[in-house]
Design a protein around this ligand. Sequence first.
Ligand SMILES: Cc1cc2nc3c(=O)[nH]c(=O)nc-3n(C[C@H](O)[C@H](O)[C@H](O)COP(=O)(O)OP(=O)(O)OC[C@H]3O[C@@H](n4cnc5c(N)ncnc54)[C@H](O)[C@@H]3O)c2cc1C
Length: 383
Amino acid sequence: MSDFALSEELSELRATVRAFAREVVAPQIGEFYAREEFPYDIVRRMGEMGLFGLPFPEDVGGMGGDYFALCIAIEELASVDSSVAITLEAAVSLGAMPIHRFGTERQRRQWLPRLCSGEALGAFGLTEPGGGSDAAATRTTARRDGDEWVINGTKAFITNSGTDITEVVTVTAVTDVSAQGRKEISAIIVPSGTPGFTVSKKYSKVGWNASDTRELTFVDCRVPAENLLGEQGRGYAQFLQILDEGRIAIAALATGLSQGCVNESLRYSKERRAFGQPIGDHQAVAFKLADMETRTHLARLAYYDAATRMRAGQPFKKEAAIAKLFSSETAVTNAREATQIHGGYGFMNEFPVARMWRDSKILEIGEGTSEVQRILIAREMGV
Ligand SMILES: Cc1cc2nc3c(=O)[nH]c(=O)nc-3n(C[C@H](O)[C@H](O)[C@H](O)COP(=O)(O)OP(=O)(O)OC[C@H]3O[C@@H](n4cnc5c(N)ncnc54)[C@H](O)[C@@H]3O)c2cc1C
């Protein structure tokens, strides 16, 4: 059994981020969300707190913590707002982590200090308009021409890719095709502003409205050969590893959103009266709250388990998929129930639960859909 007691350090981190989320994020994020605007000042303050450097070593500007610490911070942010939580999640686990894990010493020293400080954001471009689940079907190509890669293709739905402070996007591309037609996929670092690399305007989304999501186009985009991330042909294996880890972070985000639904609903059920008593005194509402709390607790245990295994160097693929699957479905259910408890006000955008309802659905889709998680779990079971 894993030991789930949080260390003093992690408990302190949780308290600090919780206070920041409630005192700084909560009062203003609704406005950014309504205007579909990226909250630069909040992100700057998250950078000053060291959140973007949490799981990275101090010699590249990190805080010397681990992935568990990152997940705790993401959960606390998401209990108040998912846009800022996904901005942190994507910047760290998709933007900076591939460079940390697979980059050369030179690439790590070039990119990580600014990514760790939050002064710059990184992104990871895997999904394409033609498909995300079947990642091996990548169509973007990178052709070697002398000492450069020439990239052509399109990436869809890329988080953090077009903010004013985005400095780098790592993309997967086909670098060779075998005689049997098997694609060799590699990951390549593309600095923002490279000629031939165009960032589209933001998508109009159902949720995560204060987070940045764009389509990226590459037309004869040239980067130096040394921008290859790790070994040529290892891109597929690299992003599978990154996505395994990322699932724990998304599970933490989903747990936070689920907890936020509990917090808002509990408060409302004590204030709102119907038939002469607080609605929470009606057993049907109390039972909803009990079920929401129960699911959230189990979701948290699931991601703590996966994160604890990862920290201990044990296999965690199945546990990460279980945590992601269960917590994202919990988030959707809790958001629906929270809206129900709020009645008509739950359908009004000024109430945080309306934002949580809109933000919940993507959790069953991003970084591997629920169907993909079930495929992974069944495969790990030897089905
Ligand atoms: C807001 C947002 C942010 C995102 N950020 C990023 C990012 O930063 N970087 C990035 O690379 N991507 C990002 N994505 C993309 C996301 O990871 C993909 O949308 C997701 O992986 C699903 O891919 P798809 O949309 O192409 O759906 P598809 O792969 O087309 O799937 C469509 C449906 O078919 C189902 N399906 C597919 N294959 C199977 C199968 N074998 N068995 C059963 N069912 C199957 C899926 O589960 C899904 O229900 C983001 C997406 C959104 C919406």
